[in-house]
Design a protein around this ligand. Sequence first.
Ligand code: ZN
Length: 553
Amino acid sequence: MKINLFLIASLFLINSHLNADIRQFKFSRTNTDLNELTRIVSIDAVEEDSVTAFANEEEWKTFLSFYIPYRIIIPVKYPKSIEMTDDDLRHVNWSKYPTYQAYLDMMASFERDFPLMCRIDTIGYSVRGKLLLAACITGDLEKNSQKPEFFYTAQIHGDETAASVFMLRLIDTLLSSYDKSEDIQKLLNEIQIWINPISNPDGAYYLNDSTFIGSIRYNANSFDLNRNYPDPPHVSQPNTHIRQPETLAMMAFASQRNFRMSVNFHGGTECVNYPWDSTPARHPETLWFETVSHEYADTARFYSPLTYMSNFNRGITNGWDWYPVFGGRQDYMTYFHNCKEVTIELSDQKMLPSSELKTYWEYNKRSLLNYIKNMEQGITADWSQNQIIPDSVEIVTISGLMIPVRKNHAIFHYPLNVGFYDIYIHYEDSTDSLKSIEVCKNQLTNLTPRVSFTDKDVLHPDNFCLSPVYPNPFNPETQFSLLCSSPGIIQLNVFNIQGKLVTRLNTGFLDAGEHYFSWDGKDKNGKGVSSGVYIIQAQQSKRTVRQKAVLIR
Ligand SMILES: [Zn+2]
């Protein structure tokens, strides 16, 4: 009897914890203004005629003042299907969820087992002092070379569980496949991948450190962290939520890094959701977002039953079209950091039964890898040798797209769709204009930097060299310089790829020093030549130097 009473008492205790002060509820979509309500409660899903939402105590009081009829959703209190383990997930075939300790141990093991490829960084701490961790994964980590950076982050809603296991499994796959797969080796040699498996550990391990049962959407202060970020200026009444420790840590982390693409993983439905969430206006790169989102969803759909990711437009949706969100991370990263972020919802069930983790991983594993490869199509530049690093890169063809260049990060990189782009590179007191820069499928176009010869080069007694042309490819004009340590007659000519003379740029005497030239893509008769590869060749007595120039009409 005594025991029974104790049991009842503890069940009651767990019950009250499970409910916390967070309510999940449903109401009719008819006659409701979602644009207003999304500022008051945390909308989770919008269906044809109904809306599902969460609210903390304060949000609930405000919602009640609208007199909207609602139905409370009672959470399943003890889902038997959520199996946890203290063990390494690799030992249980990735079919259980990790306890907090198992999670920490696994993250530590990645760094310990692959010290040359993996470093675990602490992004910050949760309200209850839990660790917000990210694995940095790349080839030649020890060289500390700068590379384009990519970011995956999961479980910002503590009760949307599947992605944390997928993230751990992805880290393991990347690290353990590096030596076996050329594909992964290439990816890791070119990109630095950051993975944060649990971004709301307090919500995930809400009841205690050993279970996801009783996990909550919000953090320990009852804030939805995915409604807690600064809104872009296109939002007329930006949210004024108190920024939570998890949010501030993530904001500081994003400012230190140089992310160009990221994903925020969720559960509760199955789709890829792309910006904007916070305005009906279309993002100028909507075509890019739709392309990469479809690639993710189509690949997952190919490897899964017909019903998977079959909602919306073949599994993808514009954020606002689904429902407005203010304070979301996706729009924050996309607007404030020029890091194109999408939100991926992995399973209709928020808490995917642990027995289904392997199946859903199979649906998604190719998409998870392929999505990172989108980083390898776009533009890039390495300004590490430049004396002056530009302030910003403006992609004129995409209205309003101005990307600040980080002075401590000389590798510039931006993923783009296939096509031609006019680009301005803004320096403090000048601007370089690059016309019709072509981005080809699965390739990065190098915005070849201007190379200035150093004093050492000029003073060297025996130097004779041509700088790379800039811009390259070019249209209508490209520039370059010739450095000669001794004066003399110098022939400077342009040849086509067949070796036929196109035009002469210099035939006479030049002093020692650096001389600047340009070529306007015209032949010796002043007629514009066609698109193609041309060789610029300088010759002084017996010495010859060449550079390639690509003209794109
Ligand atoms: Zn979510």
